[in-house]
Design a binder for this molecule. Structure first.
Ligand code: NAD
Length: 297
């Protein structure tokens, strides 16, 4: 029997638990604030930001949205970040990436106050994570850890293969899962576009985490019997639907389900968890910046 993990349900549980922490903060006079900054006309980016704002509203986080014209000078974005850094009502800042080409993305990431960097991409926070002292765990990797936990899959001592080595998913996830810490202690292999024999690696894994951005890259023949499969990928492919496309993961769900003991669907798997963990980091940031103690789920 294969368990299909319901990311929406796990994310909803996390949001419910966060509500208690938010109540504690608001009772102490602190309303957690998350600023989202959008400098793009990309429809996906617009959708992601509006979903994040809706999530904030639902749990009682003060969502502050700043939109900057995609053609505006880069300095406008840098100055906006400075203002948000100085604003005590803002505990978390998220600049929706990618930014337009004329903006220096690395400068953007570096200019966010590390204490408000709820994405966890600032070099200081990356360093802390690698050292095993994370301030904010990046949202998608943290969401994957929480999903594994909800499925009762402890990575301790397991062979984990991560497919993808990006700064936002593959690398931080590898760091988290190999750490000597709860939800860690795995033996982690990171595969990427130069990996010689991907199937041999994934077949040897107890847990396969696909984050390559390649539709249905991993099929059942590449998995061992009883593997846990987490599909981070979200790929839009042409389809005979009303919109003319559909979203598929990096895993061929049908053939993978025949082998896996636990698998996540796309959509409805990792995606909702990423959003929930952003709220988590915002609440954590508000507590750290104000000294109001809370319990986090
Ligand atoms: P990226 O493009 O930055 O990185 C992709 C990685 O996959 C690279 O390291 C590359 O080496 C590797 N790769 C590419 N083709 C490969 C192949 N054939 N074999 C092995 N490795 C290969 O992507 P990203 O930002 O990490 O995102 C990965 C996927 O996850 C995308 O589909 C993205 O949309 C999705 N994503 C989903 C969420 C979510 O919340 N569900 C969050 C972030 C990213």
């Amino acid at each position: 029997m294969t368990t299909v993990l319901d990311g929406d349900a796990v994310a909803s549980d996390i949001r419910d638990s966060l509500t208690d922490s938010i109540d504690t903060l608001t009772t102490a006079g602190v309303t957690p604030g998350l600023a989202t900054v959008l400098m793009s006309t990309d429809p996906s980016s617009e959708t992601y930001v509006s979903m994040k704002q809706r999530d904030c509203e639902e749990v009682g986080i003060n969502g502050i949205h700043v939109e900057i014209d995609a053609d505006a000078p880069a300095t406008e974005l840098y100055e906006t970040i400075e203002d948000l850094n100085d604003d005590p009502a803002v505990h978390g800042i998220l600049v929706q990436l990618p930014v337009p080409e004329h903006v220096d993305e690395r400068r953007v990431v570096r200019s966010i106050d590390p204490e408000k960097d709820v994405d966890g991409f600032h070099p200081e926070n990356v360093g802390r994570l690698v050292r095993g002292q994370p301030r904010f765990k990046p949202c998608t990797p943290h969401g994957v850890q929480k999903l594994l936990d909800a499925a009762g899959v402890d990575p301790d001592g397991k062979e984990v293969v991560i497919v993808g080595r990006s700064e936002i998913v593959g690398k931080p996830l590898a760091n988290l899962l190999m750490q000597k810490a709860p939800d860690g202690n795995a033996t982690v292999t990171v595969c990427h576009s130069h990996t010689a024999d991907l199937a041999a690696k994934t077949r040897a894994a107890d847990i396969v985490i696909a984050a390559a951005g390649v539709p249905e890259l991993i099929d059942g023949s590449m998995l061992s019997e009883g593997a846990t499969v987490i599909d981070v990928g979200v790929n839009s492919v042409d389809a005979d639907t009303e919109k003319g496309y559909e979203l598929v993961g990096d895993v061929d769900f049908e053939s993978a389900t025949e082998k896996a003991s636990v698998i996540t669907p796309v959509p409805g798997g990792v995606g909702p968890m990423t959003r929930a963990m952003l709220l988590y980091n915002t609440v954590k940031a508000a507590s750290a910046q104000t000294g109001v103690e809370i319990e986090l789920p």
